[in-house]
Design a protein around this ligand. Structure first.
Ligand code: BGC
Length: 753
């Protein structure tokens, strides 16, 4: 009976969707019948009038004139009800067909209320919270006139030299997929017709995170086996979650730039995965195919539209060459019609044909943008994103009776709190650590000294300061600052050193070959260590850093990424124990740059590491193990795991089994632990990853409390892409691994029949 009712509901739902689709198709068909070829091509043109952050050398010109003549489908970098209205008015009042414009933006980690950078958010391992962050960002962005977010970025990334690891969810396809789903569902909500939701745009399709050497925009070369098993899952998860748009990447995939790659955009995305939304290029990535040596602008534009690209960002290759290609029969009207329909569908879905001004509501903007509840949420998610890497002698949380020396170039800084890609936000609204700590400590004495510049390297500083002052080189000499810091430290009970990267030392076009702390800060830290005072290091960065040279002397290390607009408050919450840290690394912290790429799932090889065997896979000078493994993160409390129990040690293709483990909070503080489940495949027809994350649960436990956690294990979870690129399972022996990080795990054998 229940099943029948469910079936009936599903059929009704499908019929409704079908009817809606038919209505949309009929509307668009009628509209397209009125459009000239030029107007259709105009819809494929996405441009920016030049405010916000420009990530290429090209900026659009004569935006107004182009809108009037129907040569623009959408704009980005236009934010706020008033400005959006002005632009929409041009199209609605002065263009022939009055087709509303899309308004996009890089809403990446919040809009004006900035949350922690995405890699920080991913360290919460809390998909409900992450989804909430996207719901809030969408509410704020739509109240500010936008209807399209260029997010989430789901590129699996295993090279921390690549600055854009800050924008993603780290190294793992499973965790990355869960987060991709949460973000898409958060942005798009139950319906795009809702004014509080917007079009999400999953990016960068595909494999952008695997740029060689971690150098941005670099080439990618990867086997299909690796692609399918380790890199594609998060994009696919976003597509299955209904993402409305997808952005092609800058890099090549199997020798063809993604933007003009028919296998990628049509065969895989549109045919295999049944994606029926819109595909937009990255910033001038059509034009950049000329540099990739694919041909001239006309040729690469034709190649891209034929490959399945629908919208061209900024470069205007489509606008300026497609008509010629059509006349010369290099492309067909069908190609243009397909792309134009996709752009119009996106507009239809967000209700712009019902009301082109539906996202323009100054009253809603005044109420929603930077509202107190959004700031409160930012503080909450920031506190959950911090990863406690070390805490000797339980120095943290700090006691309110202690005299604290707060030292470091990021300790009283507003300019770097937001992190990279906060294009619409105002850094001056962010809370520095000093202010956050002062507001909370009442009894505590806090004395601040800058101690060092983020870097003394003026060439680097100039590159980092492109979007505003991030590295502020002090007028005092480094030595004068150091002396002040030392006397401050000497007069204290504990030193809190706030160090790390400026926000623009990571992000786009911010690759680094040396990912240690800059020399100026290492010098400061080493000097602080000589005082004999306990030193708590609060580390900010947009990527995993190599901490090997500084970790020994630190009593505690709290990694806080770039924590967003409420950074200082959230950091104070954790330092003073109002919030117990529970973040877990979504990306391995290498022991040295020489190990990169280093990630938890690395294959065992035919000569697995063996210290006693010279001819095993290893380095002569460094260990194979990273400094901190994927999934790692401490708490102020301690968690104990019972033995793992399986409901059966045999699993069949039709019947699942369960794994359970009892987790006990043995310490003095309430806290949360992320229980992680990995699978190790003992024999496979292709070499498997050493282990693969297949499940996780974040569990809150009061001090002294225990809870039994259960995971369901199905045959589906044991599948992989084989040599024929078929998704299969293979009978045989496996280990199920459970623990609090990817290194310290209990192992229980089982068999797939
Ligand atoms: C980036 C994208 C971004 C776009 C628009 C590009 O340079 O790669 O992630 O969405 O610019 O700002």
């Amino acid at each position: 009976m229940k099943k029948m009712r469910l079936l009936l509901c599903l059929v009704l739902f499908a019929t409704q969707i079908h009817a809606q689709d038919q209505k949309m198709n009929a509307f668009i068909t009628a509209l397209m019948a009125k459009m000239t070829v030029e107007e259709k091509i105009g819809q494929l043109n996405l441009i920016t009038p030049g405010s916000g952050i420009l990530t290429g050398s090209v900026v659009s010109t004569d935006v107004e004139g182009k809108i009037k003549s129907g040569k623009v489908g959408g704009l980005f970098g236009v934010i706020g009800a008033e400005k959006v209205k002005q632009a929409q008015d041009i199209s609605m009042k002065e263009s022939r067909l009055k087709i509303p414009l899309l308004f996009g933006s890089d809403v990446i980690h919040g809009h004006k209320t900035t949350f922690p950078i995405p890699i920080g958010v991913s360290c919460t391992w809390d998909t409900a919270l992450i989804r909430q962050s996207a719901i809030i960002a969408a509410a704020e962005a739509t109240a500010d006139g936008l209807n399209w977010a260029f997010s989430p970025m789901v590129d699996v990334a295993r090279d921390p030299r690549w600055g854009r690891v800050s924008e993603g969810s780290g190294e793992d396809p499973f965790l990355g997929s869960q987060i991709a789903i949460a973000m898409v569902k958060g942005y798009q909500g139950a319906s795009l017709a809702d004014k509080q939701t917007l079009l999400a745009c999953v990016k960068h399709f595909a494999l952008y995170g695997a740029a060689e050497g971690g150098r941005d925009y670099n080439t990618v070369d990867m086997s299909k086996i690796k692609m399918y098993n380790e890199y594609l899952a998060p994009y696919k998860a976003a597509v299955d979650a209904g993402v409305a748009t997808i952005m092609s990447s800058f890099n090549d995939v199997d020798g063809v730039p993604a933007t003009g790659n028919k296998w990628l955009l049509t065969d895989l995305l549109k045919k295999d995965w049944k994606f029926n939304g819109m595909v937009v290029s990255d910033y001038t990535s059509v034009n950049e195919m000329v540099n990739h040596r694919m041909g001239n602008l006309q040729e690469v534009s034709a190649q891209s539209i034929k490959a399945g690209l629908d919208m061209d960002m900024v470069g205007e290759g489509f606008l300026t060459t497609l008509k010629k290609s059509l006349d010369e029969k290099k492309i067909t009207m069908l190609d243009i019609d397909r792309a134009c329909r996709k752009v119009l569908e996106a507009k239809y879905k967000v209700g712009l044909f019902d009301d082109p001004y539906r996202y323009i509501d100054a009253a809603r903007g005044a109420k929603e943008v930077l509202s107190a509840d959004k700031r409160a949420f930012s503080r909450k998610i920031a506190g959950q994103s911090f990863v406690l890497l070390k805490n000797e002698k339980q120095i943290l949380p700090l006691k309110k009776t202690q005299k604290i020396a707060l030292i470091g170039p990021l300790a009283n800084d507003k300019n770097n709190m937001l992190g990279t890609w906060a294009v619409s936000a105002d850094p001056q609204l962010s809370i520095p650590v000093l202010m956050g700590m002062q507001q909370q400590s009442n009894a505590t004495s806090i004395v601040y000294a800058k101690g060092a510049n983020i870097t003394d390297d003026t060439t680097l500083a100039k590159k980092v300061n492109v979007f505003g002052l991030r590295v502020d080189i002090d007028k005092r000499t480094p030595d004068a600052m150091l002396q002040e810091a030392l006397s401050t430290a000497n007069a204290s009970d504990v030193v809190v050193a706030v160090l790390g990267e400026a926000s623009e030392m990571s992000g786009e076009a911010a690759s680094r070959s040396d990912i240690t702390l800059p020399a100026s800060q290492i010098k400061l830290l080493n000097a602080l260590y000589t005082t004999g005072k306990p030193v708590v290091v609060v580390l900010m960065s947009g990527r995993p850093l190599v901490l090997t040279n500084m970790i020994e002397g630190a009593t505690a290390v709290l990694h806080v990424w770039h924590a967003g607009i409420e950074a200082g408050n959230a950091i104070a919450d954790v330092l003073f124990g109002e919030v117990n840290p529970s973040g877990k690394l979504s990306m391995t912290f290498p022991y040295s740059v020489g190990q990169i790429p280093v990630y938890y799932s690395q294959k065992t090889t035919g000569r697995p590491m063996d210290q006693n065997n010279k001819f095993s896979t290893k380095y002569l000078d460094i260990p194979n193990e990273p400094l901190f493994p994927f999934g790692f993160g401490l708490s102020y409390t301690q968690f104990a795991y019972s033995d793992v129990k399986l409901s059966s040690n045999k699993i069949s293709k039709s019947e699942s089994i369960t794994a359970s483990v009892t987790l006990t909070n043995k310490g003095q503080y309430d806290g949360a632990e992320v229980v992680q489940l990995y699978i190790e495949d003992k024999v496979r027809s292709i070499t498997p990853s050493a282990k693969e994350l297949k499940g996780f649960q974040k569990v809150n436990l009061k001090a002294g409390e225990s809870k039994t956690i259960t995971f369901k294990l199905t045959e589906e979870m044991l599948k992989f892409w084989n040599a024929d690129i078929k998704f299969v399972s293979e009978s045989g022996d496996f280990n199920l691994l459970i623990g609090g990080n990817s290194r310290d795990l209990q192992s229980v054998p089982f068999r797939l029949l």
